[in-house]
Design a protein around this ligand. Structure first.
Ligand code: SF4
Length: 201
């Protein structure tokens, strides 16, 4: 042995080294471990429990009850997400994900450290969320760590089955990666094969 060994790079020092979430409780309705219909590429979908919006025609009314679903933790949820190395992104749906902003922001932070994209649904509009974020740290944290936001309530009279990842025409698919530095958001038309957003003209 010459004492000259190939240098081992500590895992935490490698580009994209992953993090662990701060331990926090979270109430979920359920998860889908693999989905291609809840955002670009293969995604892990988290359905939070509790929704104050009560949109007529909602597909998930079982998620409305604030005491329904089941309690779990950010660490258990993160463990489940990382079991599948093929997952390219995480989607937070509901229920209303922003009721669990702080816990989901922890998951989002870890997901991004692994190069995953983060998509979040909300019954509030982007403008309403920005206003709420002025006084709610959890809302600000989740909005800041979201890449793609589908915003606004489901409106039955505006239902359109042709829309990408949305149920009604009032809802927008937004790139909010500029938040909080840039308040404006880019509207996304579609994603290309590699998952990159293509924007509306
Ligand atoms: S915001 Fe979503 S989950 Fe909540 S009532 Fe409306 S459609 Fe249903």
């Amino acid at each position: 042995m010459t004492g000259l060994h190939r240098r081992t790079i500590p895992y935490a020092a490698r580009a994209g080294a992953s993090l662990s979430p701060r331990e926090m409780p979270i109430r979920l309705s359920g998860v889908i471990k693999e989905s291609i219909v809840d955002g670009p590429q293969l995604r892990f979908v988290v359905f939070t429990q509790g929704c104050p919006h009560h949109c007529p025609g909602c597909h998930n009314p079982e998620t409305w009850d604030m005491g329904g679903g089941f309690m779990t933790s950010t660490s258990l949820l993160w463990k489940s997400i990382t079991e599948n190395p093929s997952i390219k992104g995480v989607t937070f749906s509901g229920g209303e994900p922003f009721l669990w902003g702080e816990a989901l922001a922890e998951i989002a932070r870890c997901a991004k450290s692994r190069g995953m994209s983060v998509m979040t649904y909300s019954g509030w509009t982007y403008e309403q969320l920005q206003k709420k974020a002025e006084t709610e740290p959890g809302t600000k944290a989740l909005l800041s760590s979201t890449d793609y936001l589908v915003d606004g309530p489901f409106i039955l009279a505006e239902r359109d089955l042709e829309l990408l990842f949305r149920g009604s025409r009032n809802q927008r698919l937004l790139d909010v990666t500029g938040y909080p530095n840039t308040k404006a958001a880019l509207e996304i038309e579609r994603f290309d094969m590699s998952g990159r957003a293509v924007y509306k003209e």
